[in-house]
Design a protein around this ligand. Structure first.
Ligand code: PNS
Length: 163
């Protein structure tokens, strides 16, 4: 049985992430979406770990071989815990490459039994990021279609509270 791990901060999950997760699910028997606590990223996530896991769990409910799990350890350790030998990351543009290349090299250095593989983003989502979604929503723009509908509503509520 081949199990892959799709890790990220997912604050919040976007349609681009879901495209990569769905394509990974068609290539592997099982996919675990690993949601990193990432307390320090960008001044702290907007959504709690439970909210981020919940958004993904709801959005992938139509995929029987995908689950979402939180983690707060080294990624390679979490991969072992999940019995996954492959880490799948999405690549949008050359701007992603340097950071992803560094993480893949470091993860290989930490554990050479874990392989990192990349799935290229489709052009429609090549410009999409969680931080861009938050910025658009913060300024009152529509993010409909860029994130699941439940995330649209949650963004509106959360950003209204923080204003
Ligand atoms: O959504 P992101 O920012 O691309 O996700 C980055 C993530 C969570 C995959 C990365 O920060 C990570 O692997 N964190 C776990 C801690 C770890 O293993 N760090 C060393 C890898 S370089």
């Amino acid at each position: 049985m081949k199990r892959a791990l799709c890790p990220g901060t997912f604050d919040p999950v976007t349609s681009g992430h879901l495209d990569i997760i769905g394509r990974a699910a068609s290539l592997f028997d099982e996919v675990v979406v690993g949601v990193a606590l990432s307390p320090d990223k960008g001044g702290g996530p907007l959504f709690t770990i439970d909210e981020r896991v919940g958004f993904i769990t709801d959005a992938v409910s139509y995929l029987p071989n995908v689950t979402a799990q939180p983690f707060d350890t080294l990624l390679v350790d979490f991969a072992h815990k999940m019995d996954a030998r492959v880490i799948i990351k999405g690549l949008r543009a050359v701007t992603d490459f340097e950071r992803e290349f560094q993480m893949a090299q470091l993860n290989y250095r930490l554990d050479e039994n874990i392989e990192t593989m990349f799935i290229m983003s489709i052009p429609e989502f090549a410009y999409l990021s969680s931080s861009a979604v938050k910025e658009i929503a913060r300024h009152g723009g529509s993010v409909r279609g860029l994130v699941p509908d439940a995330v649209c509503e949650a963004l509106a509520t959360r950003l209204k509270q923080s204003r």
